[in-house]
Write a protein that binds this ligand. Sequence first.
Ligand SMILES: [Mg+2]
Ligand SMILES: [Zn+2]
Length: 200
Amino acid sequence: MTLTPLTLRHQHAPVARARLALLDRDGVLVENRDGYVRSHADVAILPGGLQGLERLAEAGVAVVVVTNQACIAKSIISRDQAIAVHEHVLDRLGAAGRTIVATYICPHRDEQRCACRKPAPGLVQAALADHPVALADAFLVGDAASDIAAASASGIRSYAVRTGRIGEAELAQMAGATTLADDLDAAVAAEFARAGPLRG
Ligand SMILES: [Mg+2]
Ligand SMILES: [Zn+2]
């Protein structure tokens, strides 16, 4: 049996297709929890996450979320509950949340050896297949080495934020493969400084 990501396509405001931002969720948009974000009460929006998303929305950049949620395979929460929690995250992000055009969830656990669980590139590649842009016009923001590895394996640049679980020592080790940023807002600012809000 082929293991595939769970893909959610969201109602959204019109966005430009010239640039694609791929965002990890937990540790980038919302706070990590011990274990998993498993209920509405666990959802705490990171201020810099919201600000970064607002910056992307203002620039008209299309955004997708790419998130590992092994809690589904582990039956910690059901697939339907995971979707409900994610929709709550999008609601809590307000108007900026409508710039998120799709969400790609790996519901599997390590032992299943799927192609989508980061650091494998499957989630990123599913997003790029649905939202084709030049690889130079896509970037990923994550808070774990697995996020950065998935971006590198897909040929896109990345930013590692300090709002998640990476300690400074691990961040320093990753500095050659990614760009370090304090939070999503700082990562988006760095991306725009590098390449402008939209190309062309
Ligand atoms: Mg994360
Ligand atoms: Zn998977």
